[in-house]
Every structure is written in structure tokens, then in C-alpha cells.
Write a protein that binds this ligand. Structure first.
Ligand SMILES: Cc1cc2nc3c(=O)[nH]c(=O)nc-3n(C[C@H](O)[C@H](O)[C@H](O)COP(=O)(O)O)c2cc1C
Length: 207
């Protein structure tokens, strides 16, 4: 990670724009890598910290900070896998053992997984919808940061993002939802471009 990368001091002057053909290229060509195609190595501690920091720099109306992170690395991934497997087995008593084992290994697909939790303050003047959007922007910032640091990533929800018991295991409150699990690692193979929206289909001009 470049040494110059330090969080700016509060109130420090910042560039209004940062022209960068590398940034444009990254955004123009970025692709998610499916978790099954991720592997070692993952980001080191400093780089992971930078990815989290960049994630947290997402636009946030009235600075509510309506998000928080839970990081899964090392043995914690297997420990969370045990929770997934146990929950899955209870919910699906007829499930085959190998399906339950898949759940046990789910978080071992990548060296690092970051749960981005949308943590809405319903009392706040900023509408809940805007607070939820901020959590989405956090996820996207992380994908871009991961790519810029040379890592592949995928934003995933899957069943466990919507499961009350799993959410409880993450000490989530009623006002919290999983915005995404961001899997980060190194691609075993490069992804291919997918179909993209045709601008003519989604753009109109007001007149
Ligand atoms: C909120 C959200 C949840 C997602 N959940 C999943 C998921 O559970 N499984 C999956 O394969 N892709 C999921 N995706 C899609 C991928 O992250 C990815 O965006 C998609 O494959 C398109 O690839 P791209 O990012 O290269 O455009 C999700 C995307 C979003 C925004």
C-alpha cells in the first residue's frame, strides 16, 4: 500500500476532482469474481484496514453513519461456518450431510469476508431509505477499493443475510439488516464480462 495513503485530517483541503485514467479503467472494467473462484492471498492487515476505511468514506446524508462492519478472517470463518451449518441443519432436517458441510465451509471460500450491516437510526431526520442507500454505497466503495489494491471481490447476500438466527449471532438489532457480505481474495481465474444495461433503455432526457 502506498505510504502516502493516510486519512485526511478533519477540515483538510481535498481535491474537488482526481483525474485518473487508471480509476476510469478500473470502473469501466471492474467485475465481481464469484466467491467460489476466490482464494489466497487476501489483503494484509494494513490493506484490509484501508478497504474498510474507504468503505466508510461513502456518501452519508447528515453523517448518520448508518452502517457497521463485522470482519471474518482466519479461524473465525470456520467458527461462523459452524453457526451456518447448525442453523441450516435445523431449518432443513432432510438436508444431505454434504449440503450441511457446504454451509460449514461457506466462509472459507475467501480469506476475508466483511459483513456490511445497514444500521438505520429510525429517529433520525435523514430518511431510512437514504440511510439504507449509504450502506449500499459502502459496499460498492469496498469492491472498488479491493480491486484497486489488486484483490478480487464479490458482494453476496445468500440465505444467511436474511435469517433472524444468523443476524442474532451477529448481535444485530431490529433496525439492522445485512447490506452485503463482501468476500475478498485473489481470483483463481479472471471473470468474463457479463451483459450490461443498454444506455438507450435506461436513459431519458427531461425536456
Ligand atoms: C445487494 C446484492 C446482493 C447480491 N447477492 C448475491 C448473491 O447472493 N449471490 C450472487 O451470486 N450474487 C449476488 N449479487 C451479485 C454480484 O455481487 C454481482 O454484482 C453480480 O454477479 C454482477 O457482477 P458485476 O459486479 O461484475 O457487475 C448481489 C449483488 C447485490 C448488489
Amino acid at each position: 500500500m502506498p505510504k502516502s495513503l493516510k486519512s485526511p485530517e478533519f477540515g483538510a483541503p481535498l481535491p474537488a476532482a482526481s483525474p485518473s485514467s487508471d480509476a476510469v479503467e478500473l470502473l469501466w472494467r471492474r467485475r465481481s469474481t464469484p466467491a467460489d473462484f476466490l482464494g489466497e492471498p487476501g489483503p494484509d492487515a494494513e490493506t484490509l484496514n484501508a478497504i474498510l476505511t474507504i468503505g466508510a468514506r461513502a456518501p452519508d446524508h447528515r453523517r448518520v453513519v448508518p452502517f457497521r462492519f463485522v470482519v471474518f478472517e482466519g479461524a473465525a470463518r470456520a467458527a461462523f461456518g459452524d453457526v451456518l451449518a447448525q442453523t441450516f441443519a435445523v431449518d432443513n432436517p432432510a438436508a444431505e450431510e454434504r449440503r450441511v458441510e457446504f454451509e460449514r465451509r461457506r466462509f472459507l471460500r475467501a480469506p476475508v469476508v466483511i459483513a456490511v450491516i445497514s444500521s438505520i437510526n429510525p429517529e433520525h431526520k435523514t430518511p431510512a431509505w437514504e440511510q439504507a442507500l449509504t450502506a449500499g454505497a459502502v459496499c460498492q466503495n469496498m469492491l472498488i477499493a479491493a480491486s484497486a489494491f489488486g484483490f478480487a471481490a464479490q458482494w453476496i447476500t445468500e440465505w444467511y443475510a436474511f435469517h433472524d438466527g444468523i443476524n442474532e449471532a451477529l448481535s444485530m438489532t431490529e433496525d439492522e439488516k445485512v447490506a452485503g457480505y463482501i468476500y475478498v481474495g485473489t481470483a483463481k481465474e479472471d471473470p468474463k464480462e457479463r451483459a450490461r444495461p443498454v444506455l438507450e433503455d435506461i436513459v431519458t432526457r427531461f425536456h
